[in-house]
Design a protein around this ligand. Structure first.
Ligand code: URA
Length: 199
């Protein structure tokens, strides 16, 4: 299987869409390669492009606070985006750009193999909940391929619209319980995991 390092190298030289042309750095994602929780944002912005790291600007600081409020640190999770290069002027990623980058995201999910995937905003939500509205389903987990997918508002949306802040905070507070439930289910259905936990 491809490794996260190999993916990082492939992303760095990827020309499958035009986004690489205007980008300073690729932003493949970072965090714990064995994370039980994978967070998927939208696209790198100005600061992410400058540093080659996801969620390091204002919404990234808020995301770190949200994780901390749920008893998690950034070292516990892996954070990536739907597209790995910054769209010019922070515009929305286009459908063909999302499609061109989707095989990287798919492989990241396979390699990290998280129990819980948190989608941040409507672009990553659309990968798992096509046609849904975030205002209707945020915080409601659904099982897909043996993982819990939890759609959440994008932290930037909550920063722009203060009314969403308590909603995103409450959704993050659910994460420890959802993770514990998912791990318990997995331990029951996977005898190898159960056996490992005996030693
Ligand atoms: N917003 C995102 O969706 N991703 C980032 O990495 C930064 C801001």
């Amino acid at each position: 299987m491809t490794t996260l390092d190999e993916l990082r190298q492939q992303i760095a030289v990827c020309t499958r869409c035009e986004l690489h042309r205007g980008a300073t750095n690729p932003v493949p994602g970072e965090g714990n390669p064995q994370a039980r929780i994978l967070l998927i944002g939208e696209a790198p912005g100005f600061h992410e492009d400058a540093q080659g790291k996801p969620f390091v600007g204002t919404s990234g600081k808020f995301l770190t606070e949200l994780l901390q409020s749920a008893g998690l640190s950034r070292d516990d999770v892996f954070i990536t985006n739907v597209v790995k290069h910054r769209p010019p002027g922070n515009r929305d990623p286009l459908p063909d750009e999302i499609y061109a980058c989707s095989h990287f995201l798919k492989q990241q999910v396979e390699i990290i193999n998280p129990d819980v995937i948190v989608t941040l905003g409507r672009f990553s939500m659309a990968a798992y909940f096509p046609g849904e509205r975030i205002s209707r389903i945020h915080g409601k987990a659904k099982e897909v391929d043996g993982r819990l997918i939890v759609p959440m508002y994008h932290p930037a949306a909550a920063l722009h619209n203060g009314a969403l802040r308590p909603e995103i905070e409450a959704d993050f507070q659910k994460l420890p319980r959802l993770l514990a439930e998912r791990e318990a289910t997995r331990a029951k259905s996977d005898p190898i995991v159960r056996q490992q936990s005996l030693f």
